[in-house]
Design a protein. Structure first.
Length: 582
C-alpha cells in the first residue's frame, strides 16, 4: 500500500528524507572508518614502541647503534635511528645516515647482471674468460651463473689476502684483488659441484658489468639502477679516500668503551655499497612495483642455484631464499669492519625490514627477525612445544647411572670433519670432551645409555656402530645440523718429532713466507705482518691453527719421507701449497 498525502507525505519531504539518510550513512561510515584508522594507528604505534625497546641499550649518545626501516604494503611504517653515527662529534644515527652495507651489496651486482641479460648483452652460460681473458684457464669452464650462485670453485679473496699477510685495516683495491685472483693456479672444486660462498665471485661480476656496460661499475649502477629508482644517496664506493656526507662510522667494543674499526675498501661488487634505510625501502618496493625491471627479471632474482647433481642451493641472485617461522623470506646480511647489516623481505605479505648497524657486536639478523615477529605475529607458524622444550627436557632426562664399562667404551677420538677431532675421556663424574684447536672442556650429560647432551654447545651426541663395518662412530647434532664422526686411532703427540717441521715455507701465488718454529712444545707459524698462529697437532702431520684463514694444515712429504712443505686450508680457500725453503 502506497503512502498518501493524508499521512503528511510530499515530494519535498521525500527528498529531504533521502538526503538525511545519505548524510547519516556518510557520517556513520566516516565515524567507523575513523575508529578503524585510529585503531590501526594505535596498533602501529604500539609496534613501533616494541621496536624501539629492542634498541634501547644502544640508543644513547655515547654508543654506536643502528638505523632501521620497516615497510608494509609499499608504505614505510617505522623508520628511526638509534645511537650515534659518529662518537667523536656526537652525531646521531637517523634514517638519513649513510651506511656501508657490506654483502647486502651483492643483490645489486646480481641485478645489474640480470638487466644486461634481459638486454641480450650477455648470457648466464657464458664463459667468464670471454669477458675477463686475463683470468687463468683452470681446465674447467666457469660461467657467469657459477659466479652468481657461488658454485665457481674460486677461492675467496678475503681468505687469500689474510693468508698473504694483509691486515684488516689495509687499503684494498679492485686491481689488487684481480691481480691476486689472476695468480691462482687451482680451484677448490669443479664448477657446479659445490655451493661455497666466495666474495671473489661478485668482484668478478662487477668487472663483467664494466666490460659489457662500457663504463665504471659505480657510474653504471648509478645511471642504470639507483637514479631510475630515486635512490639518490646510494652508490658503490670505489675509493677509500672519498668524502661521504652523513656517513655513519664503524666501531667495536673495547672494554667499557669503543674503538674505531677502520674500513679502507676500494673494491666493489661483493661489497662497498653505501646507502640509507630509506633508499633500501625504495629498493624493496621495486620488487613489487617493478618501476625498474619486469616480471622475468624479478623471477630471475629469486632463481636459486642448481648443482651438477641437480641439488638446489639456497642462494639466488645475491639473496638467500629461506623461511622464518613458516614465512617465505628473501634475505642477505653483511659484515665488514664494525658494520653489521641485514635486509629481509617477506614477499607474501609485502613486508620488508632493514637493520643497518655500526657496531660489530650487534646482531642485525636477530633484531630484524624480532621485528618481523612483532609486525607479522598473526601469521607466524607456532613453534612446536616439544621442540621449544627439548633442551630443557634433555637437561632433566639424566640417567641415574650408566655402567662404567659402557662409558669407558665411548672413550676415544672421533673425526667430526677433516682434521677436526673430538676427543672423549672418562673422569669420576662422567664423560668429558674437547675439540681440536679449542681450549674448552665440555661435560656430557647422559640422556640414555647411548645419547648425551652437551649444554655448553647446545648439542647432542649419540654413540653407535656403523651398520656396514661395525666400527664405532657418533652422531653430533646441533640445531638442524648433523655430523657423523668415525672413530680414529689413538694418538700421542709426544711421539711426534716437531723439529722436522721447523723451517721457512713459501707460496708463489701469494708471494708470502711463513716460518714454523717450536715454542712451549707447540708449532708456531710466523709471518712478519701477523700475530703468531698456534698450530695444534690433531694427528701425525696434521695441525689445526687458531686463525680462520689458517685452520687446517697438512704436512706434505717427499718420497724419502722428508717434509716437502704443507697445504693450508681456511674457511673459504683450500689446499694452498707452501714449499719448504730450508
Amino acid at each position: 500500500m502506497g503512502l498518501s498525502k493524508s499521512k503528511g507525505y510530499t515530494p519535498m519531504k521525500n527528498m529531504i528524507c533521502k538526503a538525511f539518510l545519505v548524510l547519516l550513512a556518510i557520517v556513520t561510515t566516516s565515524s567507523a572508518q575513523e575508529k578503524t584508522n585510529h585503531a590501526q594507528k594505535g596498533h602501529t604505534c604500539q609496534n613501533s614502541e616494541k621496536v624501539n625497546r629492542l634498541f634501547e641499550e644502544w640508543n644513547t649518545e655515547g654508543s654506536p647503534g643502528a638505523s632501521v626501516v620497516v615497510v608494509h604494503n609499499g608504505n614505510i611504517i617505522h623508520s628511526k635511528g638509534y645511537g650515534s653515527a659518529n662518537l667523536e662529534y656526537a652525531v646521531p644515527n637517523t634514517p638519513e645516515t649513510v651506511f656501508h652495507v657490506a654483502s647486502i651489496s651483492k643483490q645489486f651486482t646480481a641485478f645489474a647482471i640480470a638487466l644486461l641479460e634481459s638486454q641480450d648483452r650477455l648470457s648466464l652460460e657464458d664463459d667468464i674468460r670471454n669477458y675477463l681473458p686475463k683470468l687463468p684457464d683452470f681446465g674447467h669452464k666457469i660461467t657467469i651463473d657459477n659466479l652468481i650462485h657461488h658454485t665457481s670453485g674460486l677461492k675467496d679473496h678475503g681468505n687469500l689476502l689474510s693468508l698473504a699477510g694483509w691486515r684488516h685495516d689495509d687499503v684494498k683495491t679492485q686491481q689488487q684483488i684481480l691481480g691476486l685472483v689472476q695468480k691462482q693456479e687451482t680451484l677448490d672444486f669443479v664448477p657446479g659441484e659445490e655451493f661455497v660462498y666466495s666474495n671473489t665471485n661478485y668482484d668478478l661480476l662487477a668487472q663483467i658489468v664494466e666490460k659489457v656496460g662500457g663504463q665504471g661499475f659505480s657510474e653504471w649502477t648509478r645511471e642504470n639502477i639507483f637514479k631510475p629508482l630515486g635512490m639518490d644517496t646510494t652508490f658503490f664506493n670505489d675509493s677509500h679516500e672519498r668524502v661521504i656526507q652523513d656517513r655513519g662510522y664503524s666501531y667495536k667494543k673495547d672494554g667499557k668503551g669503543y674503538k674505531k674499526e677502520v674500513l679502507n675498501y676500494a673494491y666493489f661488487g661483493s661489497t662497498s655499497l653505501f646507502t640509507t634505510v630509506g633508499d633500501l625501502a625504495r629498493w624493496a618496493n621495486n620488487f613489487k612495483t617493478m618501476e625498474l625491471g619486469n616480471e622475468q627479471i624479478m623471477a630471475k632474482m629469486h632463481q636459486q642455484g642448481v648443482l651438477n647433481n641437480g641439488e638446489t642451493t639456497p642462494y639466488a641472485f645475491g639473496q638467500l631464499i629461506e623461511s622464518h617461522k613458516g614465512l617465505r623470506m628473501v634475505s642477505h646480511g653483511g659484515a665488514d669492519a664494525g658494520y653489521r647489516t641485514y635486509m629481509a623481505r617477506i614477499p607474501d605479505h609485502d613486508f620488508s625490514v632493514a637493520v643497518l648497524c655500526n657496531l660489530g657486536s650487534m646482531n642485525p639478523i636477530k633484531l630484524a627477525k624480532h621485528i618481523i615477529d612483532i609486525y607479522l605475529e598473526a601469521y607466524l607458524e607456532k613453534e612446536n612445544s616439544k621442540e621449544e622444550n627439548k633442551s630443557t627436557d634433555m637437561e632433566q632426562q639424566v640417567v641415574a647411572k650408566i655402567e662404567t664399562s659402557t662409558l669407558k667404551r665411548y672413550e676415544g677420538r672421533y673425526e667430526l670433519m677433516e682434521n677436526i677431532i673430538i676427543t672423549i675421556w672418562l673422569e669420576e663424574n662422567g664423560l668429558k670432551g674437547n675439540i681440536t684447536g679449542k681450549r674448552d672442556v665440555h661435560e656430557f650429560v647422559p640422556i640414555s645409555q647411548s645419547e648425551f647432551h652437551i649444554p655448553t654447545l647446545a648439542a647432542t651426541i649419540t654413540f653407535s656402530s656403523n651398520k656396514n663395518d661395525g666400527n664405532d662412530e657418533l652422531v653430533f647434532k646441533k640445531g638442524a645440523r648433523s655430523i657423523t664422526a668415525r672413530r680414529v686411532g689413538s694418538f700421542n703427540p709426544n711421539t711426534v718429532d716437531l723439529e722436522e717441521y721447523v723451517g721457512t715455507y713459501f707460496n708463489g701465488e701469494l708471494s708470502v713466507f711463513y716460518t714454523l718454529m717450536i715454542r712451549d712444545g707447540k708449532i708456531i707459524a710466523q709471518q712478519k705482518r701477523l700475530d703468531d698462529i698456534i698450530l695444534v697437532l690433531s694427528h701425525q702431520d696434521f695441525f689445526v691453527g687458531d686463525q680462520w684463514f689458517f685452520k687446517n694444515v697438512e704436512m706434505v712429504r717427499n718420497d724419502d719421507d722428508t717434509v716437502w712443505g704443507f697445504k693450508v686450508s681456511g674457511k673459504r680457500a683450500r689446499n694452498i701449497p707452501f714449499k719448504k725453503m730450508d
